[in-house]
Design a protein around this ligand. Sequence first.
Ligand SMILES: CC(=O)N[C@H]1[C@@H](OP(=O)(O)OP(=O)(O)OC[C@H]2O[C@@H](n3ccc(=O)[nH]c3=O)[C@H](O)[C@@H]2O)O[C@H](CO)[C@@H](O)[C@@H]1O
Length: 357
Amino acid sequence: MNKKIILTGGGTAGHVMVNLALIPKLKERGWDIAYIGSHQGIERELISKVEGVPYFPISTGKLRRYFDWNNFKDPFKVLKGTLQAYWIIKKEKPSLVFSKGGFVSVPVIIGAWLNGVPAIIHESDITPGLANKIAMPFATKICVTFPETLRHIKEEKGIYIGAVVREQLKQGNADKGRALCQFEKGKPVLLAMGGSLGSKRINDALRANLQTLLADFQIVHICGKGNIDAKLASAKGYKQFEYVDEELPHLMAMADIVVSRAGANSIFEFLALRKPMLLIPLSKEASRGDQILNARSFEKSGYAAVLMEEDLTNESLRNAIYHLYENKDRYRQNMERSDAGDTLQKLLTLIEEARKS
Ligand SMILES: CC(=O)N[C@H]1[C@@H](OP(=O)(O)OP(=O)(O)OC[C@H]2O[C@@H](n3ccc(=O)[nH]c3=O)[C@H](O)[C@@H]2O)O[C@H](CO)[C@@H](O)[C@@H]1O
Protein backbone atom coordinates (compact mmCIF):
# COMPACT_ATOMS: atom_id res chain seq x y z
CA MET A 1 0.00 0.00 0.00
CA ASN A 2 1.50 3.34 -1.12
CA LYS A 3 1.57 5.75 1.83
CA LYS A 4 3.56 8.58 0.36
CA ILE A 5 2.21 12.12 0.48
CA ILE A 6 3.55 15.37 -0.93
CA LEU A 7 2.58 18.52 0.94
CA THR A 8 2.73 22.01 -0.50
CA GLY A 9 1.81 25.56 0.43
CA GLY A 10 3.68 28.72 1.26
CA GLY A 11 4.34 32.40 0.80
CA THR A 12 3.23 33.32 4.33
CA ALA A 13 3.19 31.21 7.49
CA GLY A 14 -0.60 31.01 7.22
CA HIS A 15 -0.10 28.78 4.19
CA VAL A 16 2.22 26.37 6.03
CA MET A 17 0.60 25.93 9.45
CA VAL A 18 -1.98 23.28 8.52
CA ASN A 19 0.85 21.24 7.01
CA LEU A 20 2.85 21.61 10.22
CA ALA A 21 -0.18 20.40 12.17
CA LEU A 22 -0.58 17.41 9.85
CA ILE A 23 3.05 16.24 9.69
CA PRO A 24 3.31 14.62 13.17
CA LYS A 25 -0.07 12.93 12.75
CA LEU A 26 0.82 11.61 9.29
CA LYS A 27 4.11 10.30 10.64
CA GLU A 28 2.27 8.49 13.46
CA ARG A 29 0.14 6.79 10.80
CA GLY A 30 3.17 5.61 8.84
CA TRP A 31 3.09 8.11 5.97
CA ASP A 32 6.25 8.93 4.08
CA ILE A 33 6.20 12.74 3.61
CA ALA A 34 7.89 15.15 1.20
CA TYR A 35 7.33 18.89 0.68
CA ILE A 36 7.36 21.02 -2.46
CA GLY A 37 7.83 24.75 -1.83
CA SER A 38 9.59 27.79 -3.21
CA HIS A 39 13.32 28.56 -3.05
CA GLN A 40 12.99 31.63 -0.84
CA GLY A 41 9.62 31.43 0.92
CA ILE A 42 9.01 31.09 4.67
CA GLU A 43 7.87 27.48 4.03
CA ARG A 44 11.48 26.48 3.34
CA GLU A 45 12.62 27.85 6.69
CA LEU A 46 9.72 26.32 8.62
CA ILE A 47 9.91 22.88 6.97
CA SER A 48 13.72 22.70 7.22
CA LYS A 49 13.26 22.48 11.01
CA VAL A 50 11.10 19.37 10.67
CA GLU A 51 13.02 16.11 10.67
CA GLY A 52 12.47 13.49 8.00
CA VAL A 53 10.62 15.65 5.48
CA PRO A 54 12.70 16.17 2.31
CA TYR A 55 12.11 19.57 0.70
CA PHE A 56 11.98 20.07 -3.06
CA PRO A 57 12.21 23.71 -4.15
CA ILE A 58 10.60 24.80 -7.41
CA SER A 59 10.41 28.02 -9.38
CA THR A 60 7.35 30.17 -8.55
CA GLY A 61 5.81 33.39 -9.73
CA LYS A 62 3.32 35.63 -8.05
CA LEU A 63 -0.16 35.72 -9.57
CA ARG A 64 -1.41 39.29 -9.34
CA ARG A 65 -4.75 40.95 -10.04
CA TYR A 66 -3.03 44.31 -10.73
CA PHE A 67 -0.51 45.69 -13.24
CA ASP A 68 3.16 44.98 -12.52
CA TRP A 69 6.06 44.55 -14.95
CA ASN A 70 6.74 41.17 -13.34
CA ASN A 71 3.40 40.00 -14.72
CA PHE A 72 5.22 39.44 -18.02
CA LYS A 73 7.97 37.31 -16.46
CA ASP A 74 6.04 35.39 -13.83
CA PRO A 75 3.94 33.15 -16.12
CA PHE A 76 7.21 31.65 -17.39
CA LYS A 77 8.36 31.02 -13.83
CA VAL A 78 5.04 29.31 -13.07
CA LEU A 79 5.40 27.21 -16.22
CA LYS A 80 8.92 26.20 -15.20
CA GLY A 81 7.64 25.38 -11.70
CA THR A 82 4.87 23.24 -13.17
CA LEU A 83 7.37 21.19 -15.17
CA GLN A 84 9.59 20.82 -12.11
CA ALA A 85 6.63 19.77 -9.94
CA TYR A 86 5.52 17.32 -12.65
CA TRP A 87 8.93 15.59 -12.64
CA ILE A 88 9.25 15.54 -8.86
CA ILE A 89 5.80 13.96 -8.52
CA LYS A 90 6.55 11.49 -11.31
CA LYS A 91 9.75 10.42 -9.55
CA GLU A 92 8.47 10.44 -5.96
CA LYS A 93 5.22 8.63 -6.88
CA PRO A 94 3.04 9.91 -4.01
CA SER A 95 -0.44 8.48 -3.61
CA LEU A 96 -1.75 11.97 -2.74
CA VAL A 97 -0.83 15.66 -2.83
CA PHE A 98 -2.13 17.99 -0.10
CA SER A 99 -2.05 21.74 -0.56
CA LYS A 100 -2.54 24.57 1.87
CA GLY A 101 -2.57 27.15 -0.91
CA GLY A 102 -0.38 30.12 -1.76
CA PHE A 103 1.19 30.74 -5.18
CA VAL A 104 3.68 27.90 -4.96
CA SER A 105 0.87 25.37 -4.71
CA VAL A 106 -0.57 26.02 -8.20
CA PRO A 107 2.22 24.26 -10.18
CA VAL A 108 2.16 21.39 -7.68
CA ILE A 109 -1.58 20.76 -8.01
CA ILE A 110 -1.32 20.91 -11.81
CA GLY A 111 1.74 18.61 -11.66
CA ALA A 112 -0.30 16.13 -9.58
CA TRP A 113 -3.18 16.27 -12.07
CA LEU A 114 -0.82 15.64 -15.00
CA ASN A 115 0.48 12.55 -13.19
CA GLY A 116 -3.02 11.31 -12.34
CA VAL A 117 -2.36 11.75 -8.60
CA PRO A 118 -5.34 12.91 -6.49
CA ALA A 119 -4.94 16.27 -4.74
CA ILE A 120 -6.71 17.82 -1.77
CA ILE A 121 -6.71 21.59 -1.22
CA HIS A 122 -7.39 23.28 2.10
CA GLU A 123 -8.84 26.80 2.02
CA SER A 124 -8.66 28.75 5.29
CA ASP A 125 -10.52 31.91 4.36
CA ILE A 126 -14.18 32.58 3.66
CA THR A 127 -13.50 33.42 0.01
CA PRO A 128 -10.93 31.30 -1.82
CA GLY A 129 -7.60 32.94 -2.65
CA LEU A 130 -6.54 33.42 -6.27
CA ALA A 131 -4.04 30.55 -6.13
CA ASN A 132 -6.63 28.10 -4.83
CA LYS A 133 -9.19 29.35 -7.36
CA ILE A 134 -6.81 28.55 -10.21
CA ALA A 135 -5.87 25.18 -8.71
CA MET A 136 -9.42 24.01 -7.87
CA PRO A 137 -10.33 22.48 -11.25
CA PHE A 138 -7.26 20.23 -10.94
CA ALA A 139 -8.02 19.08 -7.38
CA THR A 140 -10.08 16.13 -6.20
CA LYS A 141 -11.42 17.68 -2.98
CA ILE A 142 -11.44 21.16 -1.46
CA CYS A 143 -11.74 21.32 2.33
CA VAL A 144 -12.97 24.57 3.82
CA THR A 145 -12.78 26.21 7.22
CA PHE A 146 -15.98 28.27 7.06
CA PRO A 147 -19.27 26.60 5.95
CA GLU A 148 -20.15 29.67 3.83
CA THR A 149 -17.10 29.01 1.60
CA LEU A 150 -18.90 26.04 0.03
CA ARG A 151 -20.91 28.56 -1.98
CA HIS A 152 -17.76 29.35 -3.97
CA ILE A 153 -16.94 25.73 -4.80
CA LYS A 154 -18.37 23.15 -7.17
CA GLU A 155 -20.72 21.07 -5.07
CA GLU A 156 -19.20 17.64 -5.40
CA LYS A 157 -15.67 18.84 -4.57
CA GLY A 158 -16.27 21.04 -1.52
CA ILE A 159 -16.28 19.65 2.00
CA TYR A 160 -16.60 21.58 5.24
CA ILE A 161 -14.18 20.41 7.91
CA GLY A 162 -13.42 23.53 10.01
CA ALA A 163 -10.13 25.01 11.17
CA VAL A 164 -7.03 22.95 11.80
CA VAL A 165 -5.12 24.16 14.87
CA ARG A 166 -1.64 22.86 15.73
CA GLU A 167 -1.73 20.63 18.82
CA GLN A 168 1.36 22.22 20.36
CA LEU A 169 -0.38 25.60 20.61
CA LYS A 170 -2.66 24.09 23.23
CA GLN A 171 0.30 23.02 25.35
CA GLY A 172 1.62 26.47 26.23
CA ASN A 173 2.75 27.38 29.73
CA ALA A 174 1.98 30.91 30.94
CA ASP A 175 4.87 30.91 33.46
CA LYS A 176 7.30 30.07 30.65
CA GLY A 177 5.82 32.90 28.59
CA ARG A 178 6.31 35.36 31.44
CA ALA A 179 9.87 34.15 31.98
CA LEU A 180 10.66 34.68 28.28
CA CYS A 181 9.37 38.25 28.44
CA GLN A 182 10.49 39.02 32.00
CA PHE A 183 6.90 39.85 32.88
CA GLU A 184 5.50 39.79 36.38
CA LYS A 185 2.57 37.64 37.51
CA GLY A 186 -0.70 39.43 38.23
CA LYS A 187 -0.58 42.27 35.71
CA PRO A 188 -2.68 41.62 32.57
CA VAL A 189 -0.89 40.71 29.35
CA LEU A 190 -1.79 41.98 25.90
CA LEU A 191 -0.48 40.04 22.92
CA ALA A 192 -0.25 42.04 19.68
CA MET A 193 0.32 40.11 16.47
CA GLY A 194 0.21 41.54 12.96
CA GLY A 195 -0.10 38.24 11.09
CA SER A 196 2.95 36.19 10.18
CA LEU A 197 4.58 39.15 8.40
CA GLY A 198 3.79 41.81 11.00
CA SER A 199 1.74 44.94 10.36
CA LYS A 200 3.27 48.39 10.22
CA ARG A 201 -0.11 50.07 10.81
CA ILE A 202 -0.75 48.07 13.98
CA ASN A 203 2.87 48.47 15.15
CA ASP A 204 2.76 52.27 14.81
CA ALA A 205 -0.62 52.75 16.49
CA LEU A 206 0.29 50.40 19.34
CA ARG A 207 3.63 52.06 19.99
CA ALA A 208 2.04 55.51 19.95
CA ASN A 209 -0.11 54.33 22.89
CA LEU A 210 2.64 52.50 24.70
CA GLN A 211 3.06 54.82 27.68
CA THR A 212 -0.67 54.80 28.48
CA LEU A 213 -1.17 51.09 27.89
CA LEU A 214 1.88 50.05 29.93
CA ALA A 215 0.26 51.54 33.03
CA ASP A 216 -2.37 48.78 32.83
CA PHE A 217 -0.90 46.01 30.69
CA GLN A 218 2.30 44.17 29.95
CA ILE A 219 2.62 43.94 26.19
CA VAL A 220 4.21 41.25 24.07
CA HIS A 221 4.42 42.48 20.51
CA ILE A 222 5.11 40.23 17.51
CA CYS A 223 5.95 42.94 15.02
CA GLY A 224 7.34 41.14 11.92
CA LYS A 225 10.77 40.85 10.34
CA GLY A 226 12.79 44.07 10.46
CA ASN A 227 10.18 45.87 12.59
CA ILE A 228 11.80 45.82 16.05
CA ASP A 229 12.08 49.33 17.50
CA ALA A 230 15.50 49.37 19.20
CA LYS A 231 14.62 52.53 21.16
CA LEU A 232 11.94 50.58 23.01
CA ALA A 233 14.12 47.56 23.79
CA SER A 234 14.46 48.47 27.46
CA ALA A 235 10.86 49.60 28.08
CA LYS A 236 9.64 47.76 31.20
CA GLY A 237 6.71 45.44 30.52
CA TYR A 238 7.13 45.64 26.74
CA LYS A 239 8.72 42.78 24.82
CA GLN A 240 9.15 42.72 21.04
CA PHE A 241 9.72 39.73 18.77
CA GLU A 242 10.09 39.70 14.98
CA TYR A 243 8.59 36.22 14.68
CA VAL A 244 8.12 33.49 17.27
CA ASP A 245 8.34 29.80 16.53
CA GLU A 246 8.43 27.09 19.25
CA GLU A 247 7.78 29.61 22.00
CA LEU A 248 4.52 30.96 20.58
CA PRO A 249 2.33 28.57 22.66
CA HIS A 250 3.80 30.03 25.89
CA LEU A 251 3.17 33.61 24.77
CA MET A 252 -0.39 32.75 23.82
CA ALA A 253 -0.95 30.95 27.14
CA MET A 254 -0.02 34.02 29.20
CA ALA A 255 -2.10 36.48 27.11
CA ASP A 256 -5.31 37.86 28.63
CA ILE A 257 -6.35 39.66 25.45
CA VAL A 258 -5.11 39.80 21.88
CA VAL A 259 -4.87 42.48 19.18
CA SER A 260 -4.36 40.91 15.77
CA ARG A 261 -4.79 40.92 12.03
CA ALA A 262 -7.61 38.59 10.97
CA GLY A 263 -5.69 35.86 9.12
CA ALA A 264 -7.78 32.68 9.32
CA ASN A 265 -5.23 30.52 11.11
CA SER A 266 -4.48 33.06 13.81
CA ILE A 267 -8.10 33.80 14.69
CA PHE A 268 -9.05 30.14 14.99
CA GLU A 269 -6.02 29.61 17.22
CA PHE A 270 -7.20 32.42 19.52
CA LEU A 271 -10.70 30.92 19.48
CA ALA A 272 -9.37 27.48 20.42
CA LEU A 273 -7.45 29.06 23.31
CA ARG A 274 -10.44 31.26 24.31
CA LYS A 275 -8.53 34.53 23.94
CA PRO A 276 -10.73 37.65 23.65
CA MET A 277 -9.52 39.36 20.50
CA LEU A 278 -9.59 42.73 18.82
CA LEU A 279 -9.24 42.15 15.08
CA ILE A 280 -7.90 44.73 12.65
CA PRO A 281 -8.38 43.08 9.24
CA LEU A 282 -6.10 43.81 6.31
CA SER A 283 -7.85 46.44 4.19
CA LYS A 284 -9.42 45.96 0.75
CA GLU A 285 -6.68 48.13 -0.76
CA ALA A 286 -4.03 45.64 0.32
CA SER A 287 -5.92 42.38 -0.26
CA ARG A 288 -9.05 40.79 -1.68
CA GLY A 289 -10.79 41.59 1.60
CA ASP A 290 -10.74 38.03 2.96
CA GLN A 291 -9.64 39.15 6.43
CA ILE A 292 -12.58 41.56 6.62
CA LEU A 293 -14.98 38.66 6.05
CA ASN A 294 -13.10 36.49 8.57
CA ALA A 295 -13.29 39.26 11.17
CA ARG A 296 -16.97 40.03 10.55
CA SER A 297 -17.83 36.36 10.91
CA PHE A 298 -16.07 36.22 14.32
CA GLU A 299 -17.71 39.48 15.37
CA LYS A 300 -21.15 38.07 14.49
CA SER A 301 -20.48 34.99 16.61
CA GLY A 302 -19.47 37.19 19.53
CA TYR A 303 -15.85 35.97 19.59
CA ALA A 304 -14.16 39.21 18.57
CA ALA A 305 -14.32 42.98 18.45
CA VAL A 306 -13.43 44.50 15.08
CA LEU A 307 -11.66 47.76 14.26
CA MET A 308 -11.50 48.50 10.55
CA GLU A 309 -8.17 49.75 9.25
CA GLU A 310 -9.79 52.94 7.91
CA ASP A 311 -11.01 53.68 11.45
CA LEU A 312 -7.65 52.89 13.04
CA THR A 313 -6.17 55.85 14.89
CA ASN A 314 -4.07 55.97 18.04
CA GLU A 315 -7.17 56.91 20.00
CA SER A 316 -9.55 54.35 18.46
CA LEU A 317 -7.03 51.57 19.09
CA ARG A 318 -6.57 52.58 22.72
CA ASN A 319 -10.34 52.79 23.32
CA ALA A 320 -10.96 49.46 21.61
CA ILE A 321 -8.28 47.74 23.73
CA TYR A 322 -9.77 49.01 27.00
CA HIS A 323 -13.27 48.10 25.81
CA LEU A 324 -12.13 44.58 24.93
CA TYR A 325 -10.49 44.12 28.32
CA GLU A 326 -13.59 45.32 30.18
CA ASN A 327 -15.75 42.87 28.21
CA LYS A 328 -13.31 39.97 28.13
CA ASP A 329 -15.54 37.63 30.16
CA ARG A 330 -18.42 38.04 27.74
CA TYR A 331 -16.18 37.15 24.79
CA ARG A 332 -14.82 34.14 26.66
CA GLN A 333 -18.33 32.88 27.44
CA ASN A 334 -19.27 33.15 23.77
CA MET A 335 -16.15 31.25 22.77
CA GLU A 336 -16.94 28.50 25.31
CA ARG A 337 -20.02 27.75 23.21
CA SER A 338 -17.98 27.09 20.07
CA ASP A 339 -17.13 23.50 19.37
CA ALA A 340 -14.45 22.95 16.77
CA GLY A 341 -14.61 19.14 16.91
CA ASP A 342 -11.56 17.14 15.90
CA THR A 343 -10.82 18.73 12.54
CA LEU A 344 -7.37 17.22 12.27
CA GLN A 345 -8.90 13.74 12.58
CA LYS A 346 -11.49 14.57 9.90
CA LEU A 347 -8.72 15.73 7.58
CA LEU A 348 -6.67 12.60 8.19
CA THR A 349 -9.66 10.40 7.39
CA LEU A 350 -10.17 12.35 4.16
CA ILE A 351 -6.51 11.91 3.25
CA GLU A 352 -6.67 8.15 3.85
CA GLU A 353 -9.82 7.89 1.71
CA ALA A 354 -8.59 10.06 -1.15
CA ARG A 355 -5.23 8.45 -1.77
CA LYS A 356 -4.52 6.51 -4.89
CA SER A 357 -3.92 2.87 -4.07
C1 LIG B 1 -0.93 39.20 4.00
C2 LIG B 1 -1.57 37.89 3.72
O1 LIG B 1 -1.44 37.32 2.65
N1 LIG B 1 -2.34 37.38 4.70
C3 LIG B 1 -3.01 36.11 4.55
C4 LIG B 1 -2.17 35.04 5.20
O2 LIG B 1 -1.92 35.56 6.50
P1 LIG B 1 -0.90 35.03 7.56
O3 LIG B 1 0.21 34.24 6.98
O4 LIG B 1 -0.58 36.14 8.47
O5 LIG B 1 -1.88 33.98 8.17
P2 LIG B 1 -2.62 33.58 9.44
O6 LIG B 1 -2.91 34.65 10.38
O7 LIG B 1 -3.75 32.76 8.93
O8 LIG B 1 -1.55 32.58 10.07
C5 LIG B 1 -0.37 32.97 10.62
C6 LIG B 1 0.19 31.77 11.29
O9 LIG B 1 1.52 32.06 11.67
C7 LIG B 1 1.67 31.77 13.05
N2 LIG B 1 2.66 32.67 13.59
C8 LIG B 1 2.51 34.01 13.44
C9 LIG B 1 3.45 34.87 13.97
C10 LIG B 1 4.55 34.32 14.65
O10 LIG B 1 5.43 35.01 15.14
N3 LIG B 1 4.65 32.97 14.77
C11 LIG B 1 3.73 32.12 14.24
O11 LIG B 1 3.86 30.90 14.37
C12 LIG B 1 0.30 31.93 13.65
O12 LIG B 1 0.19 31.22 14.84
C13 LIG B 1 -0.58 31.38 12.52
O13 LIG B 1 -0.67 30.00 12.59
O14 LIG B 1 -2.86 33.79 5.17
C14 LIG B 1 -4.15 33.76 5.81
C15 LIG B 1 -4.72 32.35 5.67
O15 LIG B 1 -4.89 32.00 4.34
C16 LIG B 1 -5.06 34.83 5.21
O16 LIG B 1 -6.26 34.87 5.97
C17 LIG B 1 -4.36 36.18 5.26
O17 LIG B 1 -5.18 37.15 4.65
